[in-house]
Design a protein around this ligand. Structure first.
Ligand code: HXC
Length: 510
């Protein structure tokens, strides 16, 4: 018996060594942790249970029959994050470059199937060279099996991808279908085809970083939702993110004890909005002063800064925050901001997370660049996403809510449940200057008349009271009481029920 036990330990030790000491050292020399070291940091200490440690590929081409490494380039299993179950697969770059074979794919799909059964999140850690070239179509088939499961699980369990090394070819499309993608700066990159293929096909000469590093995907393409300095920071932030998310679409938002009084007032908010309506202020100050303990997990902080999205808590329960940011492009809605917020709103709605929207929006961004880029369809994505929400929607208009953007930003008309405005709110079709130039064009040569008309327009429309008179705003509130009001509204809506007619699925303007 002792022999058998020892043999098991030997086999385990061999599997844990992956591609061997030399390749592990090379991995460390690049500033990267190994697949198993990453899992240890991601899940609670001692909680990881590995599956399929001894799985091997079955390829007999190109000399592969002589080369077998237990585990076949991916470490899979489950563990807990602050006590809550998560399933994990972690590509092992030291084994055939983490490339995907049929057997490797089957390990991942087993995890996906078990996660769906257990209704718990899946976290994929990527560091790999794409399809196992020697396996050909078996690798392609394996990817297809993974992709299909990503889609089946979408909207049922959270799926998170963390890119921690190369991620090329087939490896990019599974992350692309998950809910969130995060990257590690300088050591990770994602692209469909690498720099060599790019050069052959388009004659462009680019580095891997220029083509698909975190500086591209977390800033320009918006493929990634954020980027971290190193493996350690990225993994710890994933633990933080998991704490904000429900395990599945039936569980409801997680709740943790909060030591921040829900009726805490903040007098400094009374002077947050400047007297001059054209002066910016930082909407993040309002977010941080409203939510529990100023704890805000921002998504896509470096992309489309004119809208801010992320997770926070009120009375210990997770909420999604969407807020126009007057500091960037005056908080205008453009194509990028609309896409960014729309996807986030849909995530929150799919997983039962209430949404708090802070509005200060001068409208949609005019111009050919936006129109040619499909602003109509992109703006419609956000309008569609909010309109189909059944989760509680609490909206606070702090200043401008102009034009179509007023409707879009979780207004009463498209399903806002509790809609507040600060006394500084201006709810109108457009700002005074634009409005007067159109409706009083005949008086344009008379500065005195124009000044009087502008004043008249400002007094009548640039306030929350016309909307409040019609019931489009439930209450004009003091800025200092925003946290208390929002927390009470969310408590009121805890058991919100909302019916929608049967349909197979909607047809969101993609
Ligand atoms: C088999 C692979 C591999 C692959 C890397 N390796 N990629 N083995 N299939 N796809 C092996 C290498 O042979 C090497 O083995 C080890 O992994 C490390 O690779 P290196 O090249 O030495 O590392 P590095 O210089 O860091 O370069 C990493 C890399 C590069 C950029 C990922 O390996 C690379 O370009 N790989 C190929 C990427 C690719 O084109 N994949 C196919 C995509 S097509 P040894 O034994 O020497 O350590 C695809 C189609 C699917 O995925 C589509 C589905 C929709």
């Amino acid at each position: 018996m002792k022999d058998v036990l020892e043999r098991l330990e030997d086999r385990r030790a061999e599997a844990r060594l992956g591609g061997g000491e030399k390749r592990i050292a090379a991995q460390h020399a690049r500033g990267k942790l190994t697949a198993r070291e990453r899992i240890e940091l991601l899940v609670d200490k001692g909680s990881f249970e590995e599956f399929d440690m001894f799985v091997q590929h079955r390829c007999a081409d190109f000399g592969m029959e002589k080369s077998h490494i237990p585990g076949d380039g991916v470490v899979t299993g489950w563990g807990t994050v602050n006590g809550r179950t998560v399933f994990v697969f972690s590509k092992d770059f030291t084994v055939f470059g983490g490339s995907l074979s049929g057997a490797h794919a089957a390990k991942i799909t087993k995890i996906q199937d078990m996660a769906l059964k257990a209704r718990a999140p899946v976290i994929g850690l990527f560091d790999a060279g794409g399809a196992r070239i020697q396996e050909g179509v078996d690798a392609l088939g394996g990817y297809g099996e993974v992709f299909k499961r990503n889609v089946i699980a979408s909207g049922v369990i959270p799926q998170i991808s963390l890119i921690m090394g190369p991620c090329a070819g087939g490896d990019v499309y599974s992350p692309a279908m998950t809910d969130f993608i995060f990257m590690v700066k300088d050591t990770s990159y994602m692209f469909v085809t690498g720099p060599d293929v790019v050069k052959t096909v388009t004659n462009e000469v680019v580095t891997a970083e220029e083509l698909g590093g975190a500086s591209v995907h977390a800033v320009k393409s918006s493929v990634a939702d954020g980027a971290y300095e190193n493996d350690l920071e990225a993994l710890l932030q994933m633990r933080r993110l998991i704490d904000f998310l429900p395990s599945n679409n039936m569980e409801g938002p997680p709740e943790i004890p909060s030591f921040d009084q829900p009726d805490r007032i903040d007098m400094s908010l009374d002077t947050l909005v400047p007297d001059n309506p054209n002066k910016p202020y930082d909407i993040k100050e309002l977010i941080l002063k409203t939510v529990d303990e100023g704890d805000f997990f921002e998504i896509q902080p470096k992309f489309a800064g004119n809208i801010v999205i992320g997770f926070a808590r009120l009375e210990g329960r997770s909420v999604g925050i969407v807020a126009n940011q007057p500091m960037v492009l005056a908080g205008v809605l453009d194509s990028d901001a609309s896409r960014k917020a729309a996807r986030f709103v849909r995530f929150c709605d799919a997983f039962g997370i209430p949404i708090v929207t802070f509005v200060d929006v001068p409208g949609f961004l005019p111009g050919t660049a936006q129109e040619y880029g499909g602003l109509i369809k992109h703006g419609a994505k956000l309008l569609f996403a909010y309109s189909q929400c059944t989760v509680p929607l609490v909206t606070v208009i702090t200043r401008k809510a102009f034009g179509g953007a007023y409707d879009v930003m979780a207004s009463k008309h498209i399903g806002g449940d509790v809609n507040y405005a600060w006394p500084s709110a201006q709810i109108a079709v457009m700002g005074a200057k634009g409005a007067v130039e159109i409706i009083f064009r005949a008086d344009m040569n008379d500065p005195g008349k124009i000044a009087a008309r502008t004043k008249e327009y400002e007094e009548r429309f640039l306030s929350p009271f016309v909307a409040a008179e019609r019931g489009y705003i439930d209450e004009v509130i003091m800025p200092h009481s925003t946290r208390r009001r929002v927390a009470r509204a969310l408590a009121l809506l805890r058991n919100k029920a909302s019916e929608t007619p049967w349909k197979k699925h909607d047809n969101i303007p993609l």
